[in-house]
Write a protein that binds this ligand. Structure first.
Ligand code: SIN
Length: 186
């Protein structure tokens, strides 16, 4: 079972309703944009890497058979590419609901593709949260993903759609592409 972080995000990070905020998306937020946004731009964050180490009990898996989805892990010198969205602060209610399976909103320093910077928010699931599944080899992760699905669809679609979206952004992610390779073989 996992914690619902909706209330925690709403309580700990109240936002001024009139604000516009940059959100850095690095997982499904790159390709599943079911929320309103004012603008989107390719962006990256430094010293973080994307990893399929977080459990999904509500979207790509179930309580009994959680899927695996991405979170960020600290990785000095690494650059994680994704998409930044400028959103109205009110959109975070919907986003907090979507990301409630262990993700907390944290501040993120992002760099846009033209080299300019902005401070915004990103959803981070840290080691030890109740939905955390942790490190495993790419082949183990691929096997796990192939066996999971939930209310938002199959876990393999989550991975395959992310891999396509990363390529469209001209981003290379060894971890994601390696898991993709195994999944396509399995
Ligand atoms: C994100 O996409 O930025 C967070 C993780 C997810 O929803 O897949």
């Amino acid at each position: 079972m996992s914690t619902n972080t909706f209330e925690q995000n709403q309580r700990q990070c109240p936002l001024d309703e009139d604000d516009q905020i940059w959100l850095f998306g690095y997982g499904s937020l790159i390709y599943l944009t079911d929320f309103p946004f004012l603008e989107s731009r390719p962006a990256s964050i430094r010293d973080w890497s994307r990893r399929f180490w977080q459990g999904s009990h509500d979207h790509r898996g179930t309580i009994d058979n959680p899927g695996r989805v991405v979170t960020l892990i600290e990785d000095e010198g690494a650059v994680c590419g994704g998409l930044a969205y400028r959103v109205e602060a009110t959109v975070f209610k919907q986003l907090d609901e979507r990301e409630k399976n262990g993700y907390l909103r944290v501040s993120a320093e992002m760099t846009f593709d033209d080299g300019s910077h902005a401070t915004g928010l990103t959803y981070l699931a840290t080691a030890g949260n109740e939905a955390w599944l942790g490190e495993a080899s790419e082949i183990e992760i691929a096997r796990h993903i192939c066996a999971a699905s939930g209310p938002s669809g199959s876990n393999s679609d989550y991975l395959l759609e992310l891999a396509v979206a990363l390529r469209e952004l001209n981003l290379h992610d060894q971890h994601v592409f390696e898991i993709e390779k195994h999944i396509l073989k399995l």
